[in-house]
Design a protein around this ligand. Structure first.
Ligand code: B12
Length: 140
């Protein structure tokens, strides 16, 4: 019989996993959700083909601690800048991390635009987890 103990699972943070624009790669984001979920994060996925405004609103509605943009197709620079702008226009200071093989110029432009982390393809699971632990800690 259940008593009045409240069960509250510990969480390392709430993450919104997003695929922006015409990017159609969902295998990577599913694997990422498994890796981060096993590490104690709550992962919410937007699904494919999202507009930056929809991702920003979902992050606010879901009280996300950080956003992971998965975009193997490589359309980051414009769409991630739009996402960060949409977050700021909602007064939301939520770190955005993304993965991608980007030129030095694109990386610098995205960092200047406010991207919290740009992770190169090939990063190990533990390195990826460490990036999100750090991002959530800094946003707290
Ligand atoms: C499978 C695949 C496809 C499938 C995708 C199926 C699906 N449902 O996802 C299909 C056939 C649809 C496809 C289509 C295309 N593809 Co493709 N595809 C691949 C391939 C072979 C494997 C990708 C994959 O699923 N890997 C397995 C997953 C589990 O690994 P992953 O994606 O790397 O994700 C891991 C990490 O990166 C990490 N991770 C993922 N997201 C995030 C986010 C954050 C923030 C962090 C920290 C970590 C993280 O977690 C995952 C687990 O470790 C790659 C080549 C390659 N070997 O990577 C090309 C590749 C990604 N494709 C490519 C291209 C060009 C295309 C097309 C544009 C081809 C075309 N002309 O139509 C289209 C684009 C379609 C679209 N709308 O986006 C290029 C991209 C080049 C670029 N960016 O400059 C690649 C690199 C091939 C190449 N060498 O040219 N593709």
């Amino acid at each position: 019989m259940l008593n009045d103990v409240t069960f509250a699972p510990a969480t390392a943070g709430r993450l919104l996993l997003a695929n922006l624009g015409l990017d159609g790669f969902d295998r990577g984001v599913k694997a990422l959700a498994r890796t981060l979920g096993d590490a104690g994060f709550e992962c919410i996925s937007t699904g494919l083909f999202q507009q930056p405004s929809a991702v920003a609103q979902a992050a606010v509605d879901e009280h996300a601690d950080a956003i992971a943009v998965s975009m193997p197709s490589g359309g980051h620079p414009m769409l991630v800048r739009m996402l960060i702008h949409e977050l700021w226009s909602r007064g939301a200071d939520i770190p955005v991390l993304l993965i991608g093989a980007l030129s030095g110029a694109d990386q610098a432009a995205l960092k200047a635009a406010g991207a919290a982390g740009i992770i190169a393809p090939g990063f190990s699971g533990p390195q990826t987890i460490a990036q999100f632990v750090s991002a959530v800690r800094h946003s707290a």
